[in-house]
Ligand binder design. Structure first.
Ligand SMILES: [Zn+2]
Length: 261
């Protein structure tokens, strides 16, 4: 047991520490940028096989417009691409590690303006720029190496741990889209997303309107599954972050229009 702990500690040391953007949280990332890109591409090939891509400008034009503005605000150089998936039943979006963003047409029922679309797209982009999938996989990798501990933990612990392990071993077909984010990562994506949408000059108060509307409709993006924060705690947290977001929005607004908010 002691030897195993030492082994894990050494691995953690070797993995080096990354820092999430905006929040500055320290992360363990054991995947190289090339590996992350490869996983993104692999997932993308499966998506193209399984889903119908929409070319309807009613959806593609706003998705491209909002996506480009958020991508620019991140100041991160990825191969940003924006796609619409033709599926009215799914009110969701996701962003792969290679910076390719997919929005389902089903989301548009809940979107009144660009700032609300930016709310969802910035949240998904936040998962990508904070390397959340790589982080989950790194944790899973450590988990796998420490199989003895992992097995015992799975039998003893809640579904969160078991889910991660299962997702990790189902890697081939599930990376990216299906791999559930942890509650902590969801909350971090809300935080980063709110700030970057504000840095891209979208009014962050629209994020509150969107989540409240979404909660009222009893809808949650399916990707959150059981790990997502409840709508109430999400909205409360966004309210706490709002003064900072409004500051960023004000800066951008002044730069664009020459006038303060
Ligand atoms: Zn999320």
């Amino acid at each position: 047991m002691k030897r195993l702990a030492l082994f894990i500690a050494t691995l953690l040391f070797m993995a080096g520490c990354a820092k999430a953007p905006i929040t500055g949280r320290t992360q363990i990332i054991m995947l190289s940028p090339d590996q992350e890109m490869a996983l993104g591409l692999q997932t993308e090939q499966e998506i193209f096989k399984q889903e119908r891509i929409s070319h309807d400008p009613k959806y593609t034009v706003p998705v491209e417009r909002v996506g480009r503005r958020i991508a620019k605000a991140t100041n991160i150089d990825l191969d940003w691409k924006f796609y619409v998936i033709d599926n009215d039943k799914i009110p969701n979006a996701f962003c792969l590690a290679n910076g390719h963003v997919f929005v389902y047409t089903g989301l548009f029922k809940y979107i009144d303006n660009d700032a609300q679309l930016a709310t969802v797209m910035a949240h998904e982009i936040a998962h990508a720029i904070a390397h959340h999938v790589a982080e989950r996989l790194s944790v899973a990798q450590l988990t796998g190496l420490a199989a003895a501990i992992a097995n015992r933990a799975i039998s003893q612990s809640g579904s969160e741990y078991a889910q991660l392990y299962k997702a990790a071993i189902g890697i081939g077909s599930q990376v990216g889209v299906m791999l559930p984010y942890s509650r902590m990562q969801e909350s971090e994506a809300d935080h980063i997303g709110l700030i970057i949408m504000s840095m891209a000059c979208y009014d962050p108060k629209e994020a509150l309107k969107f989540w409240e509307k979404f909660a009222k409709a009893g809808k949650e993006p399916i990707v959150y599954l059981s790990t997502h924060p409840t709508s109430r705690s999400r909205i409360e947290r966004l309210k706490e972050l709002m003064p900072n977001a409004i500051k960023e929005y004000g800066k951008c607004h002044q730069k664009r229009s020459g006038n303060p908010l």
